[in-house]
Design a protein around this ligand. Sequence first.
Ligand code: NAD
Length: 345
Amino acid sequence: MKVLVTGGAGFLGSHVSEFYRTKGWEVLAYDNLTKFELNRTGHNPEKIREYNQKFLNKIGAQLVEADIRDYQKLLAAARSCDYIIHTAAQPAMTIGIEDPDLDFTSNVVGTYNVLSVAKKLNIPVVNCCTIHVYGNGINDNLTEDPTRYLHTPVAISEDFPILTGKITPLHASKICGEHYVRMFIDTYGLKAASFRLTGLYGERQFGGEDHGWVANFTIRTVMNRPISLFNTGKQVRDILHAKDLCECFHAFYEQQIAGVYTVGGGPEHMISLIETLNYLGELNNNNKSEIKFAGERFGDLNYFVSDITKVRTNLKWQPKIKPKQGISYLYNWVRENRELFEKQQ
Ligand SMILES: NC(=O)c1ccc[n+]([C@@H]2O[C@H](COP(=O)([O-])OP(=O)(O)OC[C@H]3O[C@@H](n4cnc5c(N)ncnc54)[C@H](O)[C@@H]3O)[C@@H](O)[C@H]2O)c1
């Protein structure tokens, strides 16, 4: 068996690659090794890309350096594969606002190409969408307690209205990619799913202020660097460890019940930014980073918790790694790899 992992050198793609190598599948990681986001993290992009490639090499995954916007190369790479997991994307709202062309070509054209290749070769495919498609209108209906924003209902399902509030390029491109998933399912019977993903985290996540906040906070705590908190820090997510998500990708391969799924940790995984920082402080012998409060960012979503009833029922999946346990895995990985985060000379 062989899986094509678009974005296979990235954070989530590296976990998917590891998961399938452990299962004995062949893995083809298809990635253009872009540094557009890494350049903004303050970490050393060259070191990180070298780390990504060594990791894929170590686990025995094959890396093809190519772009999802190149249909012919994508088709050639997918020919011998049994399954496609599409993680390659422009994933950050901030970058989408600054470069809507990059956002559109990566997330709409790239996703269309992936789906089109899957149809041509008749193989199942999962697309990584985002909970941002629900829209930041959710922010208008929040109350708060000392550490969290609160929302009724607590958990939000696939039936909840989408694109409420102000939309940014990322909202537009991610929902567009998802519409194409539905189109390929309805019109051509493609075995496809679009996972609306909550905040993901885990080892090998090189988070910065644009994307990957759990890793950003963890790296800054370990390296004793200041942390910017946009808004109050009471923002909530039902964070999901990447290893749990890999199980979910495989659950889709086994069940092949096509559709749109909201995939997160659910209410038991709720945690706010302030609560995450407090827990990281505990792990770090009470050495906390300096917090700098910054204003609210345009487009940001202040609350999301997934109702995972549909994914649990249809795909027979549920998350196993609780937030505190998963954050401690990430914290230990950052400590063991401090040299990756040293400032460039
Ligand atoms: N990390 C999260 O918290 C989160 C939350 C919701 C949704 N998602 C979605 O999950 C997916 C994976 O996110 P991630 O955090 O692993 O991101 P990542 O940036 O770590 O990885 C993405 C990978 O895709 C590659 N890539 C980008 N454009 C490409 C292109 N045109 N052709 C080929 N490769 C390309 C990059 O080089 C990178 O290695 C994305 O679709 C993202 O929108 C992530």
